[in-house]
Design a protein around this ligand. Structure first.
Ligand SMILES: Nc1ncnc2c1ncn2[C@@H]1O[C@H](COP(=O)(O)OP(=O)(O)O)[C@@H](O)[C@H]1O
Ligand SMILES: [Mg+2]
Length: 246
């Protein structure tokens, strides 16, 4: 179980303090799939990075299975089964896709077949990619999917995906959604997915709208999706009758 207690993150700005996360409290039960959504700049990535240990909260606590991990580094959190896929994944020149998956799995002798399975689950054809380097020659969507495959290979108990849909074509996206659905159905891992996609939001046990560094709304997809849609339509000038008539 993941527990956030009064979590805050503030930065210094122009002599004052700017609150990026403001007093967030949340419990995510084992095996649950929670989707964080909400406007850009709302604090979703900062929240995810705090859980992974990439951002150090300025107040509050993070507990994983009852253990206070607030002061713990990334490597120790990874050992506890926590993994995070970046919104914009880093590239690793000199490292092949197969190396990356092998490292992630912790199995020096990870078979080619297993590698292929992980890649297939994110919509990549393994033969084309296994020996490619994870460098600038890959597109953003490819790097993104390879990183997601590496999280699958790591097989942790808490998987955090930051906008997994970014830069991914519709076909691969369908495959990816299916993968998340299967992972969730298998019940082995707790999943937090940051997403703006209706198909991913629909998979959630709980949807949490994050805005201004706070948890704004929470509920089931059936409760939250219509409200997101209504908010978006209401707040988007392009879709007003006046704008359409022009
Ligand atoms: N280290 C930092 N210094 C100043 N501002 C930051 C820092 N980290 C994040 N922010 C700001 O905090 C807000 C939340 O960012 P982020 O967590 O990336 O939002 P989201 O992922 O919801 O789009 C943004 O306005 C961002 O510019
Ligand atoms: Mg973000």
């Amino acid at each position: 179980m993941l527990e956030l207690r009064h979590l805050s993150y503030a930065v210094r700005e122009d002599g004052g303090e700017l609150g990026i996360l403001n007093d967030i409290s949340l419990t995510v039960g084992d095996g649950r799939l929670v989707v964080f959504t909400g406007p850009n700049g709302g604090g979703k990535t900062t929240l995810a990075k705090s859980i992974m240990g990439l951002v150090k909260p300025t107040a509050g606590q993070i507990l994983w299975n009852g253990q206070d991990i607030t002061g713990m580094g990334i490597t120790d959190r990874a050992r506890l089964g926590i993994s995070y896929g970046f919104q914009q994944p880093p590239r690793f020149k000199g490292l092949t896709v197969r190396d990356l998956l092998t490292l992630a799995s912790g199995d020096q002798r990870l078979s080619k077949d297993r590698c292929c399975q992980y890649l297939t689950r994110v919509g990549l054809c393994a033969n084309d990619y296994l020996d490619r380097e994870v460098d600038a020659s890959l597109s953003g969507g490819e790097v993104k999917r390879i990183e997601i495959a590496s999280i699958l290979a790591r097989n942790g108990s808490l998987m955090i995906f930051d906008e997994p849909e970014a830069g991914i074509d519709l076909w691969s996206f369908a495959r990816l959604t299916e993968t998340f659905e299967q992972l969730h159905a298998a019940g082995g891992a707790t999943m937090i997915i940051i997403s703006h996609q209706e198909r991913i939001i629909s998979l959630a046990d709980e949807v949490i709208v994050v805005g201004d560094g706070r948890l704004r709304h929470r509920g089931t997809p059936a409760e939250i999706l219509p409200r997101i849609l209504a908010d978006t339509l209401g707040g988007c000038p392009v879709l007003t009758k006046e704008a359409m008539a022009q």
